[in-house]
Design a binder for this molecule. Structure first.
Ligand SMILES: NC(=O)c1ccc[n+]([C@@H]2O[C@H](COP(=O)([O-])OP(=O)(O)OC[C@H]3O[C@@H](n4cnc5c(N)ncnc54)[C@H](OP(=O)(O)O)[C@@H]3O)[C@@H](O)[C@H]2O)c1
Length: 424
């Protein structure tokens, strides 16, 4: 079996390391001699984190995509352009594909998998969600007897690291982000992580598998962590909650709830214990009940481990004539529920003028829109101003938004500082 690798960065180098170190093991487990025949790079003269024979490197994608001797193409470049074209060309040429690319699978997965089916090849993408944690295969195979009712994940290590540091060390977002960048946990441009886009891609992939729905990434409501301050984390802690960036998929009778946003999660929930760069995925199935997968969601070797496992699985499929073994059918008609129609408790932090009657006027504005308050606590008083924190009872989002329009107009209200949903 011959492998062609597209990309020799963090993950690509890890894949080569595993082939170098575990070659005998891979041979034993597949019963095949497996060789890396070519590796596509942009700059062959660049120094690499792994020793690779220079003769293997190429800058011509055709040397991999059009080589009839290459059986499996491993895509570890990332992004859509030129990657999608390369992957489609490989499949057209009847090559099996392994990819770690969440953006491509989230946006174009349906197209890629349909073409693969028609060409009789496999496309595996275990590493695209939560790096080394097995999640795609459990969703497709181990949990396949279940109706999945809910999937809630901490699936972005960068934001989980930032929120954990803010909580444990009482530091502000910008300060911890800077440190995360210095440690290599956050990119120089952190937008995709901190705005929740990375988690949105992963949720699209997971929800497609969990609910058998064809999901448009843009239908997933997405809010990042940039507005969370250390004071929110402190108040949430006093109320018995941690704040986590959660990717939430829920099956309701009227459609799917799909959303990525920071949320208050009870400290007793297993996801509240997932800290630092770790990822956790909590799943509720109607037969299995609740399960949680936990581990490192990124990093060179955990991610490469998932990529090489996919390669081994495909080789086994080829050898046993079981390519396209797992049939997937996706329903295009399942609607995504509008955020106005979700039901949750809400944490609301408001800066007000410190004068009598303020609490009553705010409670009335909420009450007029059917929002009842579970707790209302006056926090720090600074000069003429005070901060109050409210926790609502369960209520539809639209009622809270409408109430907030009125609250913002109250003469005693200086600013609605933050609104964070609770999740159970
Ligand atoms: N890093 C992780 O922990 C992790 C975890 C899970 C999933 N992933 C996914 O794995 C994929 C790869 O990530 P990575 O961290 O390994 O990225 P990376 O370190 O930036 O490596 C990308 C590689 O692709 C090559 N490349 C880029 N554009 C190219 C082009 N147009 N033609 C040929 N080669 C090109 C680069 O070549 P040069 O070296 O010559 O510049 C580099 O070797 C991404 O989809 C990412 O989302 C990564």
């Amino acid at each position: 079996m011959n492998i062609g690798i597209l990309g020799l960065g963090t993950v690509g180098s890890g894949v080569i390391k595993i082939f170098q170190e575990n070659n005998e093991l891979i041979k034993k487990r597949t019963g095949e001699e497996v060789s890396i025949k070519k590796v596509l790079v942009r700059d062959p003269s660049k120094s690499r984190a792994v020793k690779v024979d220079n003769k293997l490197l190429t800058t011509d994608p055709g040397e991999i995509l059009d080589d009839p001797d290459i059986d499996i193409v491993v895509e570890v470049i990332g992004g859509i352009d030129p990657t999608l074209d390369y992957v489609l060309r490989a499949i057209e040429n009847k090559k099996h594909v392994v990819t770690a690319n969440k953006e491509m699978m989230a946006k174009e997965g349906w197209r890629i998998l349909s073409l693969a089916k028609s060409r009789g090849v496999d496309v595996y993408y275990e590493a695209s969600v939560a790096g080394g944690i097995p999640i795609i295969r459990p969703m497709k195979e181990s949990l396949t007897a279940n109706r999945i009712d809910e999937i809630i994940g901490i699936i972005n290590g960068t934001t989980n690291y930032i929120l954990t540091k803010m909580a444990h060390e009482g530091r502000e977002y910008a300060d911890v982000l800077k440190e995360a960048q210095q440690l290599g946990y956050a990119e120089a441009d952190p937008t995709s992580d901190v705005e929740g886009y990375d988690a949105r891609y992963k949720l699209a992939i997971l929800a497609t598998l969990a609910f058998g729905a064809r999901i448009d990434v843009m239908d997933i409501y997405t809010e990042g962590i940039t507005k969370i301050s250390k004071i929110d984390i402190k108040y949430a802690d006093e109320l018995g909650y941690a704040i986590k960036l959660l990717a939430i998929g829920r099956q309701r009778s009227d459609g799917l709830e799909l959303r990525v946003h920071p949320a208050l999660i009870n400290k007793s929930h297993p996801l509240a214990q997932v800290n630092d760069v770790f990822n956790g995925i909590f799943i509720k199935g109607n037969a299995i009940g609740e399960i949680m997968l936990y581990g490192r969601g990124a990093g060179q070797m955990p991610t490469a481990s998932a990529v090489v496992a996919d390669i081994i699985d495909i080789i086994r499929n080829i050898k046993t004539g079981t390519v396209n073994r797992v049939e997937s059918q996706y329903d295009e008609s399942i609607p995504v529920i509008d955020m106005n129609c979700i039901v949750s408790k809400y944490y609301i932090r408001i800066r007000v003028k410190d004068r009598p009657g303020v609490m009553a006027s705010i409670a009335k504005a909420f009450g007029d829109h059917g929002v009842s308050l579970q707790s209302i606590i006056q926090k720090d008083v600074k000069g003429e101003e005070a901060e109050i924190v409210l926790l609502t009872h369960d209520i539809m989002e639209k009622c809270v938004s409408d109430a907030l329009v009125e609250v913002r107009l109250l003469p005693a209200v200086v600013k609605v500082e933050n609104i964070i949903r609770e999740i159970r």
